[in-house]
Design a protein around this ligand. Sequence first.
Ligand code: NOJ
Length: 553
Amino acid sequence: MLPRCAFSVCHVLVLVLCLSSAEDFDWTKNDHGSFYYGTFPAGFSWGAGSSAYQTEGAWDKDGKGLSIWDVFSHKKGKIQQNDTGDSSCEGYHKFKDDVSLMKELKLNHYRFSISWPRIIPTGIKSDHINEKGIQYYDELINHLLESKITPIVTLYHWDLPQVLQEKYGGWQNITMVNHFNEFANLCFERFGNRVKNWITFNNPWSVAVEGYETGEHAPGLRLRGTGAYRAAHHIIKAHAKVWHSYDTQWRAKQKGLVGISLSGDWGEPVDISNQKDIEAAERYVQFYLGWFATPIFHGDYPQVMKDFIGRKSVQQGLGTSRLPTFSPQEKSYIKGTCDFLGIGHFTTRYITQKSNPSGRSSGSYFTDRDLAELVDPRWPDPGSEWLYSVPWGFRRLLNFVKTQYGNPMVYVTENGVSEKMLCTELCDDWRIQYYKDYINEMLKAIKDGANVKGYTAWSLLDKFEWDEGYSERFGLYYVDFRNKNKPRYPKASVQFYKRIISSNGFPNQREVENWRRKAVETCSSSNQLLAAARRKSKDHAEMPKVWPVHDEV
Ligand code: NOJ
């Protein structure tokens, strides 16, 4: 049994499953649950990630404009404990320390995002460019390159300039396409001589659904049944426009790549002999990953989305589908706008068919799918309520990407696990287990033929976890948020991940067991040091800045 810090309240149905999930796909035959010892292809890129609003802090420093997350987090009742990202990890001031941590891990790449309002305070390029913001990213990029760490840069990790929200309604408005394109071009112009890997959007599913449908995320709108589809439509167009801009104006000179990072849980049919469950599980994945990936790879929304939303819209007495349509010109413009696909993946659901009577109500993204999500209570869930550890789902998702989208070049842009705030324990044995098993399933997917070129552990540091505030910690490094210097402490998983990187995989059972044992041994001394620092902080205002990372275990 994995350690648990707190009971999580399940808001999905729980199902005790007696089903074997192994035999329904060829690629998992006979080895479900077994560990595969072996190494990754030469040149495989290992990294860790972060995003601007989650780590930078300095929310109002050096001419930065407000983002929708600054405004949203300052409203009472939106974020756990009314936390904000105002100072977060102070990454804006401590980036050099953080690059040292990355060097310690021997990372090949670091994924971070650029805060749009930090470099264009109103979001509108013709208004004003903030050179101090540009300078910050210049220094970060230079420092990474000097440390032989490749920057992978996300242009939009959710922090839209507030002015664009107020003036135009944010992603509900088609004018975002041009504003975003201008911002992207500025980034290509200023950083593109050094940055060769660009991600236009991070997890647009979340932007659309949580920002414009459920309102749990900024800008907090609840436009049920239409808001998410409209936001997604504009995001897809904005992505395509930026890819074309790069292709026509910058690619020849800069020789970089432009992709998008999509998130996707895997959906497994509850009953693999029931056609309705099989179709419901397929729908789950199509409404999630396919919503964005299918237009980008094939030019239009998944047929099943068009059918379901269209039919329900008619039943609701609407003249047109709530799912917007692309013109033939738009379809061919959008199709193929992806040099690599970023995949953010954390968890899996069992899916069963469940009809939702559409009636005359407005409908919603969730009811449009006609399905129910279930989890196996035996799945470990050490942190976030929604995050169950189901490693085999990762392999299935990567194989789905391979077969559905013509085996594109894939970078895993996010994968990791959280713990609840109450755990100040640095011996994160369950995180070691999660990484070990998920990375192993990725290795199996590569053996299946999936074209995965890199992996990004999510995340380098504990950080602001959106509406969960600081209550969920995803970091390889623990951050003491109660100390204004925000010192970082290595968790045991740092040592384990470091070994995976230096061996480029899992050499043999004896070694891997040894890494784990040593990592857990070492962390007990880190625990004592953290406890001592805590005691000291009660006596002295001054605290250690960054805890030294243990070199050898
Ligand atoms: C996906 C988001 O992109 C990231 O910012 C977040 O930290 C993780 N999910 C975990 O919730």
